[in-house]
Write a protein that binds this ligand. Structure first.
Ligand code: UGA
Length: 431
């Protein structure tokens, strides 16, 4: 098949590379020339394990092509995927400007008798109907048939290739039988349960999934607050609760709150959709409040227990195996610490360059975890990168002014860490 992706972020680029690897001819359309030049040279711009290799392989095989020109890509594509960003507006509503601009351009450049336009971006219910209206208005020639579908994406950063190749489900929402058949054909190399549905349901499936994940995380954080007040151990509690098959342990890990470019944004957008529909959204508001409280909780632990002014931070990305710092809890924590007069020495295996662009005075960035703890009065762990799990703790202790660890991701066993001579505060853990 010949297909186009408009947008080359995590969703667009990863999915484009995967479908190119299956032998399809794939166009990727973007509007920033400098970025497209890098992509053409095999630099994926974003850090995602395995993506660079897959991109380079498919560039060499001439199966993936990057362009700023809609004309050459749309003109020959059976399926056009929209995979551009839907960032939050100041009130939390999803900003659909890019989606509608792309829809207009697709309409203008359609030349095939039948094209499927499939939206992979996360968009509020009703958006794809508007996309169809825009394309119908802008397309030239009534004989050209188009169908719109919603094909939401469930990949996670850090495991994006694996998730795209082995999804739990492939959701295709459309009112057109022809569009569904075309998309099923494209996906035939990918396993996962097929959910064929209407546009609105597909759009809502994506928001419901992310809001459910945020619910589990916030619930885990809420229970961690109970544990901290009562001396119960959150890991034991949630392990036991998660063994109930109806509940499961996944995404029941408490910590410093959920971050990233999706969960925070999508909870906000679902809230705004609810408000516009006259639905009581207090449940969604509570998720966000708990999420903020999880971040503040770290600051409270630092101000209550740290005797000194220098804090080491390990982990800046919103989760491991990515350099993405969008809505990363680390940004909030560091900014608050600097405001409180602490000096911060930070280390992250991938995200330091991105944080350097945003945070300046009061923060120094160092090359390894040991350098970060040099003369520090506390070590605060904000991302559970593997390389922190088995560091040489005796070396860490030697470098620190006070051996105090505030573990925002519960990567250590409290008993063992205390035996090493550290004062230790995890999240919802008895000490
Ligand atoms: C999320 C969803 O998991 C994907 O299914 C979805 O496709 C994607 O959003 C999207 O909408 O594009 P992602 O943002 O990559 O994926 O990250 P997650 O793995 O969901 O983690 C989100 C945040 O929750 C991270 O900050 C992570 O540290 C935190 N988290 C996760 C917890 O605090 N506890 C947990 O138990 C799990």
């Amino acid at each position: 098949m010949i297909i186009t992706f408009v947008g080359h972020g995590y969703v667009g680029l990863v999915t484009a590379c995967v479908f190119a690897d299956f032998g399809n001819k794939v166009w990727v359309v973007g509007h920033t020339k400098e970025k497209l030049e890098r992509l053409k040279k095999g630099d994926p711009i974003i850090y995602e394990p395995g993506l660079k290799e897959l991109l380079q392989k498919n560039l060499q095989a001439k199966r993936i092509h990057f362009t700023t020109e809609y004309k050459e890509a749309i003109g020959e594509s059976e399926i056009v995927f929209i995979a551009v960003g839907t960032p939050p507006k100041t009130n939390g509503e999803a900003d659909l400007t890019a989606i509608f601009e792309v829809a207009e351009k697709i309409g203008i450049h359609l030349t095939r008798p039948f094209t499927v336009v499939s939206c992979k971006s996360t968009v509020p219910v009703g958006t794809n109907k508007k996309v169809l209206d825009i394309i119908n208005k802008t397309k030239k020639g009534k004989q050209k048939e188009i169908a719109v579908a919603s094909c939401p994406e469930f990949l996670r950063e850090g495991t994006a290739l694996h998730d795209t190749l082995h999804p739990d489900r492939v959701v295709i929402g459309s009112n057109s039988k022809k569009a569904i058949e075309t998309l099923l054909e494209l996906h035939h190399t990918i396993n996962g349960k097929r959910i064929i549905t209407d546009l609105s349901s597909a759009e809502l499936i994506k928001y419901t999934s992310n809001a459910m994940l945020a619910t589990k995380i916030s619930f885990a954080n809420l229970i961690s607050f109970y544990c901290e007040k009562t001396g119960a151990d959150v890991e034991t509690v949630l392990n036991a609760v998660g063994l109930d098959n109806r509940i499961g342990r996944a995404f029941l890990y408490p910590g410093v709150g959920y971050g990233g470019s999706c969960l925070p944004k999508d909870v906000k957008a679902l809230t705004q959709t609810g408000v516009s529909l006259g639905i009581d959204v207090s449940f969604l508001n509570a998720l966000e409040q708990i999420n903020m409280h999880a971040r503040r909780n770290i600051i409270e632990k630092i101000t209550s227990h740290v005797k000194g002014k220098k804090i080491a931070i390990w982990g800046l990305s919103f989760k491991p195996n990515t350099d993405d710092i969008r809505e990363a809890p680390s940004l909030y924590v560091i900014q608050e610490l600097v405001k409180l007069g602490f000096s911060v020495s930070a280390y992250d295996p991938a995200a330091m360059a991105n944080v350097k662009k945003i945070l300046g005075s009061g923060v120094s960035f160092v090359e390894n975890p040991y350098e970060a703890v040099e003369n520090a009065s506390a070590l605060c762990i904000l991302t559970e990168w593997n390389e922190f799990k088995q560091v040489d703790l005796s070396k860490v202790k030697k470098h620190m002014k006070h051996p105090l660890i505030i573990d925002g991701r519960n990567i250590y066993d409290p008993k063992k860490i205390q035996e090493e001579g550290f004062m230790y505060f995890g999240v919802g853990r008895s000490v």
